[in-house]
Design a protein around this ligand. Structure first.
Ligand SMILES: Cc1cc2nc3c(=O)[nH]c(=O)nc-3n(C[C@H](O)[C@H](O)[C@H](O)COP(=O)(O)OP(=O)(O)OC[C@H]3O[C@@H](n4cnc5c(N)ncnc54)[C@H](O)[C@@H]3O)c2cc1C
Length: 412
């Protein structure tokens, strides 16, 4: 029996990053994966959805190309090709991770593993010893009572990736990141989308002004949504909502959160990523993996959230509804005031900055390139750079980043 310095369960972004970081430190690492290297992020999450989203956005852009002086006729969705492209992206990226693990001499075991003790793992009847064990086993889609996945009509975010054709009408339950992105994907492809959300606003984890702007965008896009509403009954294909609305969708996507795969936690095991059950984002799993290997702490407050599509939505730090009136400053810059936005025909949205004692405490952006704009602000927040100092930065013209500059200038 080989003894390892580190045993890791799960080869998603948390697990494979920890494996590579520990191997880089000269550790002898064994990594267990029961499905595919890359985890949910690469195989069923971030990469497949963003690949399909990109195809859908391109299709939508072509529909509106005449607004830009380009006449396009005959643009059609070849959904099989959309899926093939998505699969190719996954395969290419997976090969890259597999090669990196091989080059780093990480022992990869393609089997389901079970943690027996804080230093023992069992997989397919074999026992592996490790000085330390990291559980990065990820998460699975949450089943809702009365809306249990049947994988045919009531689908999870895993099932939705296996559709062989687009439905005509879809009901999406839950308006977090996954629900919103799929609403955008289907709507871009011309599917009739209805979204239900139990909370009073869409995207309930966002700053309230972001939620309201998203609602406005969805109305404009003719994506139907009901907030403060739940599904009461599903009989055959007839869905009754708590507001008495009756819907006849072809499919239902339930996107109501995810549950950790690790069950009861064992003392002495380090849990990272989705398995830890805190912030379920790939970049948080990666951050935790690096920091656990380096033995340093991280600031959870500065973990960015991004919803992809047009316009992008991104935020980090404090939300306005969580702050006490009079204790902070707020500045909002409309995207429609930016030259670049008019050049691109992407004028929807705003950039909102919250500050306290000359420091940025929250940034909330609805704008094309919002994720990149947010990253710039994260550098400032992470390093406690003052608003005054940021006002000295020269922002290129014409860019969306000028919106950051304008918002900063409005802060005293
Ligand atoms: C549709 C969708 C879209 C998403 N989009 C984004 C996005 O845009 N940005 C973002 O940051 N996050 C996104 N996420 C979330 C992101 O995918 C997760 O936060 C991320 O994958 C978590 O990484 P992880 O390493 O913790 O776990 P995972 O990626 O879930 O990997 C865990 C791995 O462990 C394996 N495993 C589990 N149990 C065992 C066992 N007993 N033995 C061996 N192997 C085991 C699993 O097979 C899996 O491969 C999305 C998720 C979904 C579902």
């Amino acid at each position: 029996m080989t003894k390892y310095d580190l045993g890791i369960i799960g080869a998603g972004p948390g697990g494979y990053t920890a494996a590579l970081a520990a191997a880089e430190q000269g550790k002898n690492v064994v990594l267990f994966e029961k499905e595919n290297i890359g985890g949910v992020c690469l195989n069923k999450g971030c990469i497949p959805t963003k690949s399909i989203l990109h195809s859908s956005e391109l299709y939508k852009k072509l529909q509106n190309a005449q607004d830009f002086g380009i006449n396009v006729t005959g643009a059609e969705v070849d959904f099989q090709k959309v899926i093939e492209r998505k699969n190719k992206n996954i395969e290419t990226l997976r090969k890259g991770i597999e090669l990196a693990l091989k080059n780093a001499k990480v022992t990869t075991i393609a089997k389901e593993a079970k943690i027996l003790t804080p230093t023992t793992i069992e997989a397919a009847g074999e026992i592996y010893q490790a000085d330390k064990i990291i559980c990065a086993a990820g998460s699975s889609p949450r089943n809702l009572k009365g809306l249990e996945f049947d994988h045919k009509f009531i689908l999870s975010s895993d099932d939705i990736l296996n559709l062989d054709k687009l439905p005509k009408r879809i009901l999406i339950v839950g308006s977090g990141a996954i629900g919103l992105e799929w609403a955008r994907i289907f709507s871009n492809f011309g599917v009739e989308v209805t979204l239900t959300e139990l909370a009073p606003n869409l995207l309930p984890l966002a700053d309230i002004e972001v939620s309201k702007r998203v609602e406005r965008c969805f109305k404009k896009e003719k994506i139907k949504f009901y907030t403060g509403t739940s599904v009461i009954r599903v009989e055959d294909c007839k869905v009754t909502l708590s507001n008495n609305e009756i819907l006849m969708p072809e499919k239902i996507l339930v996107a109501a959160g995810r549950v950790s795969n690790c069950g009861k936690k064992i003392d002495g095991i380090t849990y990272i990523g989705d398995a830890a059950g805190e912030i379920q984002l790939a970049h948080y799993a990666v951050k935790q993996a690096y920091n656990v290997c380096a033995g340093i702490d991280y600031c959870k407050n500065l973990i960015p959230s991004v919803i992809y599509g047009t316009p992008e939505i991104a935020w980090a730090g404090m939300r306005e509804q969580d702050l006490e009136a009079g204790t902070y400053q707020k500045s909002v810059q409309l995207v429609s005031a930016l030259g670049k936005a008019w050049c691109d025909g992407e004028t929807e949205g705003f950039i909102k900055i919250l500050s306290q004692n000359d420091k940025i405490i929250g940034v909330h952006i609805v704008c094309t390139e919002a994720s990149s704009l947010l990253t710039a602000m994260l550098f400032a927040m992470q390093n406690n750079i003052t608003v005054d100092a940021l006002k000295q930065v020269c922002f290129a013209h014409p860019t969306y980043s000028e919106g950051l500059f304008e918002a900063l200038l409005k802060l005293k």
